[in-house]
Design a protein around this ligand. Structure first.
Ligand code: HEM
Length: 209
């Protein structure tokens, strides 16, 4: 039987997603006549592409357990490349933040050290997770530390996204939407864990019968 291989998978999927992020950023910068405002819009837009990619990677395993289908299984298979595309999108977010700081000298003095802590911790985890997303580096740190880093990293990033969206709700009620999406993703991930445990215990009970 022929099994259909998705057209974009592995590095080609990473390349496509990264290209789309670059294309979107380029268009925002080109189409807005005010470069300072354009850079700020591009910061927001890359935060959103990162968020979408993060949600896909964060819920992939849970969705494959809760709603098994070729699509959810391919999400699990491509999780590493979706995660790396998320890291790429956030690299663009960082470059834009740096550029915005250069264009608008009031930006960094207007921020507090405490206010920069969640984002900086988030970036530290993105860097560590991206660096250990390759066979050689993953083998170097070993399976247990790898799992600890990647599981805790996903939860740290979920917390940063929850906080980043929550703090913007007073500025615009629209931020309830990403906040709600993040909250739903957390529920899906936890339900997936419970369902997997239940499936495993049923399988073990059947085997020992
Ligand atoms: C020190 C590191 C960081 C700085 C200085 C920073 C800075 C910014 C700035 C200036 C904006 C645009 C704000 C606006 O125009 O309203 C923004 C938006 C955002 N950032 Fe970052 N960021 C950092 C790290 C992160 C990280 C690690 C995450 C998530 C893992 C993140 C998620 C977001 C989100 C969700 C938005 C809102 C996008 C929207 O408007 O929909 N940021 N950030």
């Amino acid at each position: 039987m022929l099994t259909q291989v998705p057209r974009y998978h592995g590095w080609s999927l990473f390349g496509l997603l990264s290209l789309l992020v670059l294309l979107m950023t380029g268009l925002i910068l080109l189409l807005n006549p005010d470069l300072v405002e354009a850079t700020r819009s591009a910061i927001r837009a890359t935060a959103r592409t990162s968020f979408a990619l993060f949600l896909a990677a964060f819920t992939a395993s849970a969705l494959a357990v809760l709603v098994p289908s070729p699509f959810t299984r391919s999400l699990v298979r491509e999780r590493r490349f979706i995660g790396l595309a998320f890291a790429f999108s956030h690299l663009v977010h960082a470059i834009l933040i740096y550029s915005y700081g250069q264009l608008n000298p009031e930006f960094w003095p207007g921020r507090t050290t405490v206010g920069n802590i969640p984002g900086s911790v988030g970036y530290l985890f993105i860097l560590l997770m991206a660096l250990t997303s390759f066979k050689t580096t993953a083998r170097l740190i070993g399976p247990k530390p790898w799992k600890a880093l990647h599981v805790s990293g996903m939860w740290v990033l979920a917390a940063v996204f929850t906080y980043s969206n929550f703090k913007r709700i007073p500025m615009s009620a629209w931020y309830v939407l990403p906040f709600g999406l993040m909250f739903s993703a957390i529920v899906i991930r936890l339900l997936g864990k419970i369902a997997l445990k239940y499936k495993r215990s049923v399988r073990n009970a059947l085997l020992t019968e």
